[in-house]
Structures are given as C-alpha cells and as structure tokens.
Design a protein around this ligand. Structure first.
Ligand code: 13P
Length: 249
C-alpha cells in the first residue's frame, strides 16, 4: 500500500495568530483519518512558532528555501536553517516559484539536491501551463520536468520524494483537472519513474494532485488508482474544508 498524503499549502496568507489558530483547529479535530499523512506548508515566518506548537498529527513544512547552506544571499532562508528549526518537509518546484520568481530547472534541481543531501523530504511539484496542454505536449513536458529536476537522484534518494502534479491552469482558478485528466498524467508519471528507476520505486512513490482540489471534488480525484492524495491551496485555509479533504479517501 502506498502512503496517502494530504498537504496544505498556505502560500502567502494569514497572520501569525491566524496561522496558529488554523493549525490548532485542524489538528484538534476528532475525526481525522488516521491512515492519511497530513502536512501544512506554512509561510517561513511562522515556522518556528508552529513547530513549537506541532502536534504529532500534522507535520509542518516549508514552502521555500535556498540551495546554499549559508552565506551572502540577502533575504533567503537556507535548508540548514530549516533543519535547525526541526523542519523535515519542503516544497520544491512549485509553479508560483517557477513562473513568478523565475526559478529555472537548474535552480529547482539544485534545491532538490540540497534538500535531499540535508536529509529533508521533498514534495516536488510539476505541471504544465494551459498553452502546453492545448498543444497536446503536456505529458512529455511534465516527464521532462522530472528528468531535468529529480531523475538525477540516485535510487535511494528518490525514495524520499513525493511528487505533486499541479497543472498551472487549475491552480487558484476554480477549474480543476477532471479525475480522468489527472489520472492520465499520474499514470504517465508513475511509468516514467518505473522506466528510469524501477517498478518497485514507481509503486512506492506517492503522487499527489493539486489545483482547485476542494471538499467537493477530492473524493472523486482520490478514488483514482494513481492519485495518492492532494496538495491543497485555497481550501487548506478553511478548517472544515481541509478536514473533509483529509477524510476523502
Ligand atoms: P489551489 O488549491 O488554491 O488551486 O492551489 C493549489 C496549489 O498551488 C497547491 O500548491
């Protein structure tokens, strides 16, 4: 059985007190599915406070970091500083980092390598734009992101990776991929992992869906054989919705 995971990506939202109370409300819910791994990727600024308040039930992760351990990188936070806070999970390759902050494959790859070498667990995000989907090259585009950003890892290190397929056209737009569209891509991602590494690793690797996944559509998405959970943006900011998504398997 593959791990099931529901992760919330709070993005650049909430004040510190809102973040703490949202975290506490979710983690104190009585009916959270026990067989689902639960994570919250919070703004860097609140990680320390959240970590001190962490319940065993919901892990805290970082949305971003830089690929060097320390040095003259004004405004950045390093993977070693995250580790020092006890953070064990990081997002890498989110399309908002790639598109808005111009993170190219080279940097995404360096961040993947740095995090894995530091013993962090990576949720690697990939996904195509609408333009690419309309040309029909979305599968090769996403497989190339894997080749360029994560397939350099040795087999054992790749075992620390969770993949999140997030089609850019579905993020924050209310326009979710259909379960069939998502399943098609997840199946191809798993095939690419099998071809590059092994069937065993392909079977073990959790592949999450992200992009307007909400309390209303999570059940249908998570019912697909290759969809192992979700990376949730907007709906992770609402306690009841996020709990419902966690309980959607
Ligand atoms: P939304 O769920 O708001 O579409 O965001 C998805 C996402 O980008 C999660 O990382």
């Amino acid at each position: 059985m593959r791990r099931k995971i529901v992760a919330g990506n709070w993005k650049m939202n909430l004040t510190k007190s809102e973040a703490l109370s949202l975290y506490n409300n979710i983690s104190s819910a009585e009916n959270l599915a026990a067989d689902v791994e639960k994570m919250i990727f919070a703004p860097l600024l609140f990680l320390d406070a959240l970590k001190q308040n962490e319940s065993g039930l919901i892990k805290i992760g970082a949305q971003n970091f830089y690929s060097e351990a320390a040095g003259a990188f004004t405004g950045e936070v390093s993977f070693s500083q995250l580790k020092d806070l006890g953070i064990r999970y990081v997002l890498v390759g989110h399309s908002e980092r790639r598109v808005i902050f111009k993170e190219e494959d080279e940097l995404v790859k360096a961040k993947v390598n740095a995090a894995i070498n530091a013993g962090l667990k990576v949720i690697f995000c990939c996904g195509e734009s609408l333009e690419i989907r309309e040309t029909g090259t979305h599968i090769s585009f996403v497989v190339n992101q894997l080749k360029n950003n994560v397939f350099q890892l040795p087999e054992e290190a790749f075992g620390q990776i969770v993949i999140a397929y997030e089609p850019i056209w579905a993020i924050g737009t209310g326009k979710t991929a259909t379960p069939e569209q998502a399943e098609e891509m997840h199946e191809q991602i798993r095939l690419a992992v099998a071809q590059h590494y092994s069937n065993y690793l392909a079977e073990q690797t959790p592949i999450l869906y992200g992009g307007s996944c909400n309390a209303g559509n999570a059940k249908e998405l998570f019912a697909k054989p290759n969809i192992d959970g979700g990376l949730i943006g907007g709906a992770s900011l609402k306690t009841a919705d996020f709990i419902q998504i966690i309980n959607s398997f």
